[in-house]
Design a protein around this ligand. Structure first.
Ligand SMILES: O=C(O)CCC(=O)C(=O)O
Length: 248
């Protein structure tokens, strides 16, 4: 575990291969597909975000395409089990050096990326809409199937979690501007780690990342949760403090 944590500290992300064993993976995939069929609230639709490639409104063709099934923790006991799995807890406790909490306000979702109407996500840091005493949170992204550059996998800029940027490097929506020459230099260094089903990608809340469209013919499913140490609290009155957290 230590070399993985060292890699996360250095690069801002690390892939832990096959963290989810085959049997659990198959059950998670069944649960994920059942959740998508049921379409229970709370959902985030592609049309709500209108990122490049998404339908312009809920009334347009593909307007019902789901991007995130929110509050994964409460949706299915299996999802909750993986949010709080011993392997994740130990990993996070070792990284943070203290007991950890899982946010139910951020990520905590089953991400879907559809071949049709699934959008591209521009360069950003997840911390952009989060509000904590320190910018030190780590997310885990469980790939429920293969993820690669062709089906909309993440791209990450190594070492970007340690970089400091002026406000002019981001647009109004806090996306890292791809039209800024200095930004482009960083974006050129990005990599898209290929994930195999069951792999877990750990990444820091300040790591710049983006994702492409899904050019395959199958929906991509990923389960994503975010964690922080107990000494790093969400700021009172913010969205980050809006939901009781899960004490691991
Ligand atoms: O899968 C994607 O399009 C990107 C997801 C992402 O980066 C995010 O939700 O912060």
């Amino acid at each position: 575990m230590e070399p993985q944590i060292e890699a996360l500290r250095e690069q801002g992300y690390v892939v832990v291969p096959r963290l989810v064993p085959r049997g659990a993976l198959s059950r998670l995939n069944d649960a994920a597909r059942a959740q998508l069929r049921a379409r229970a609230s709370p959902l985030e639709l592609e049309a709500d975000l209108r990122y490049p490639g998404a339908p312009k409104s809920r009334a347009d063709a593909g307007g019902g395409t789901v991007r995130r099934l929110l509050d994964a923790y409460a949706r299915d006991a299996l999802f909750a089990d993986w949010a709080t799995a011993a392997a994740v807890r130990e990993w996070m406790e070792t990284y943070f050096g203290e007991r950890v909490l899982m946010s139910r306000a951020h990520h905590n979702c089953l991400m879907t990326k559809h071949p049709e109407y699934g959008s591209m996500t521009g360069w950003h840091r997840d911390i952009r809409y989060w509000s904590f005493e320190r910018e030190d949170l780590v997310s885990v992204w469980f790939a429920l199937g293969e993820e690669n550059a062709d089906n909309g996998a993440l791209w990450l800029a190594p070492g970007s979690h340690e970089m400091t940027f002026g406000a002019d490097r981001f647009d109004q929506a806090k996306f890292f501007r791809a039209d800024h020459e200095d930004n482009r230099e960083i974006i050129r260094t990005a990599v898209s780690p290929r994930l195999t089903a069951g792999d877990a990608l750990f990444f820091h809340c300040n790591t710049l990342h983006s994702a492409g469209k899904n050019l395959s013919d199958a929906v991509k499913f990923s389960l994503v949760y975010s964690y922080h140490g107990r000494s790093n609290s969400p700021r009172p009155g913010t969205r980050s403090a809006s939901k009781a957290e899960v004490d691991l």
